[in-house]
Design a protein around this ligand. Sequence first.
Ligand code: ZN
Length: 191
Amino acid sequence: MEEISLHYAPRETGWIEIICGCMFSGKTEELIRRLRRAEIARQNLAIFKPRIDKRYSDDHIVSHSDERLKSIVVDSAAEILSLSAGAQVVGIDEGQFFGPELVDVCESLATAGKRVIVAGLDQDFRGKPFEPIPQLLAVAEYITKTLAICVVCGNPADRTQRKTHQGERVLVGAKDIYEARCRKCFVPPPD
Ligand code: ZN
């Protein structure tokens, strides 16, 4: 989907954009692309990621293709609110790790006139909706679903297949633990 053109961007109000999809679908890459363009437009940015994600680099958001952008690591969604005071554009990566309070935080930021862009997984490793992304989709003005490529058959892929049998919902890793699969090739874990 097309990024909203600045010509048609809402005026005198903020809004919420969500970039969601499975792992390896380019969510962070797309987030970085939008934030870079806002930076070129000389807008003030505040970029956040949750402390849980220690992959690759501590204070940057980093895509699988190694694009990176300086960010602030926070422990809770509430911190985003207090650290965004001077920002016109707020970027949040790995939104699925912030829990339900992220919804109210994004709503407050957008209502205060800020453009809020959240990237996150919309399904967990069982193929179930991953809160709070579904709730954010309901209140967002703009939604982009990014698809990966199924490693089994080459179809567009929207599921994250876990290659181990560990049962916890949050298990941080990349290609060693996860791969992208389509609906046909995805095998849900046993209950
Ligand atoms: Zn497939």
